[in-house]
Design a protein around this ligand. Structure first.
Ligand code: ATP
Length: 322
C-alpha cells in the first residue's frame, strides 16, 4: 500500500478588490492572498480497486463528488487515463480549517490532492501544470498549490509571487453557527454595485492592473526589504475587502466582531474573502495571544471560535510519502 500525507494551509485575503464583470460570468478580481499556518491534514492511500473514496472529520462536508478533494482525484483520473493501472484512492480529511469561512478550506484540500497524487502516481507534473489543473476545479486552487504571498488576478486563478512576509501573525475569529456562501456574496455584490462596474468599452481602455492593490503590493515589498515596524503599520492600514460591503450589513454579528478586533492593539483587522471569518494582523506571537485573550474577555460567547496562526511561505506541505 502506498500513502502520502500532506498539510493543506488556509489563506486569508490581505486585499480583495472587485474590478468588474468578465465575459465568462465571473468577476474580474485583484487580490493579495496569504497562506497561514492553520491547516487540514490530508492522507491519500492507494486502493487496488479503481474507486475514489473520501472520508472527512467535519459532518457538514460532503464526501461524494461535491467534495473538492474528490473532484481533484477525479480530474487526475480523467486527464491521465493510463493511471487506471494503479487502481484508486482513499482520501481522509482531518478538518481544522472552518468550513464556508472565507479561508479556502475546500480549495486547499483539492490542491493537496493534486500535489499528493502527482507524487503517489509519479505523474511528473510541474507547479505550473498543477496550477493549470487546479484552475479547472476552482479559482483559489492555483494559489493553494504554491501558497505564500501572491497577487491573484483574472477570476483569481492567475497568480504571481510577492515578497515573503512570513514573520507576521494573525488572530482569526468566527462564530461557529455562521457560514457565508461565496456565490451569494459575489451575486449580492453584483446586484448592489454592478452599476459602478466599468462598461466593456471603458474597461478595455483601463490598465489591467488594479489602482488600489498597487499600494499594498508596494508596502509588502518595503516590509520584506526593511523588516521595519513602520512598514507593518502601513500594511495593516492598507487591508481592503470589497465583500465587506455586502457581508457586514447582512451579518451584524460579524460587523460587531470586526469592530471589536479593530479596537484591539493590532496592525489592522479585516474580513477574509467572503467571510464570515475576521482576522487581525499582529507583529508577534505574544501580541496575537494578548489580542486573542482580550477578545475572549470582550466577547465571552461560547459560539465564538478563535485561532492564532503564523503567516507561512508555502501552502501544501508533504509530511509523509511512502
Ligand atoms: P473560499 O474562501 O475559497 O470561498 P470557503 O473557505 O468560504 O472558500 P469552503 O470551506 O471551501 O469555503 O467550503 C465551501 C463549501 O464547499 C461548503 O459548503 C462545503 O460543504 C463545500 N466543500 C466541498 N469540499 C470541501 C472540502 N474538502 N472542505 C471544505 N468544504 C468543502
Amino acid at each position: 500500500m502506498r500513502v502520502c500525507s500532506l498539510a493543506a494551509s488556509a489563506k486569508i485575503n490581505l486585499h480583495l478588490e472587485i474590478l468588474g464583470n468578465r465575459p465568462d460570468g465571473y468577476h474580474e478580481l485583484a487580490m493579495v492572498m496569504q497562506s497561514i499556518g492553520l491547516a487540514d491534514e490530508i492522507e491519500i492511500r492507494s486502493l487496488s480497486t479503481d474507486t475514489i473514496r473520501v472520508h472527512c472529520s467535519h459532518p457538514d462536508v460532503p464526501t461524494d463528488d461535491r467534495n473538492l478533494a474528490y473532484r481533484a482525484a477525479a480530474l487526475i483520473v480523467e486527464e491521465f487515463p493510463s493511471i487506471a493501472q494503479y487502481g484508486g484512492v482513499e482520501i481522509t480529511i482531518q478538518k481544522h480549517i472552518p468550513v464556508a469561512a472565507g479561508l479556502a478550506g475546500g480549495s486547499t484540500n483539492a490542491a493537496a490532492v493534486l500535489v499528493g497524487l502527482n507524487l503517489l502516481w509519479k505523474l511528473g507534473l510541474t507547479q505550473t501544470d498543477l496550477q493549470a489543473l487546479g484552475a479547472k476545479l476552482g479559482s483559489d486552487v492555483p494559489f493553494c498549490i504554491t501558497g505564500g504571498t501572491m497577487l491573484a488576478t483574472g477570476r483569481g486563478e492567475q497568480v504571481s509571487p510577492l515578497p515573503d512576509v512570513s514573520q507576521l501573525y494573525v488572530v482569526l475569529a468566527k462564530y461557529r453557527h455562521l457560514a457565508v456562501s461565496t456565490a451569494w456574496a459575489y451575486k449580492t455584490y453584483r446586484q448592489q454595485f454592478g452599476h459602478t462596474y466599468p462598461t466593456p468599452e471603458s474597461a478595455h481602455r483601463q490598465p489591467h492592473t488594479s489602482a488600489q492593490s498597487g499600494p499594498i503590493v508596494s508596502a509588502l515589498a518595503k516590509f520584506a526589504q526593511n523588516n521595519a515596524a513602520s512598514d507593518t503599520l502601513q500594511l495593516g492600514q492598507l487591508l481592503y475587502n470589497d465583500l465587506e460591503k455586502v457581508v457586514l450589513p447582512a451579518h451584524p454579528l460579524v460587523q460587531h466582531l470586526r469592530d471589536e478586533l479593530y479596537r484591539q492593539p493590532t496592525l489592522g483587522a479585516m474580513m477574509s474573502g467572503s467571510g464570515p471569518t475576521v482576522f487581525a494582523l499582529t507583529q508577534s506571537l505574544i501580541q496575537a495571544q494578548q489580542v486573542q485573550a482580550a477578545l475572549k474577555v470582550a466577547l465571552p460567547d461560547p459560539d465564538l471560535d478563535s485561532w492564532i496562526a503564523p503567516f507561512t511561505n508555502t501552502s501544501i506541505r508533504v509530511i509523509r510519502h511512502d
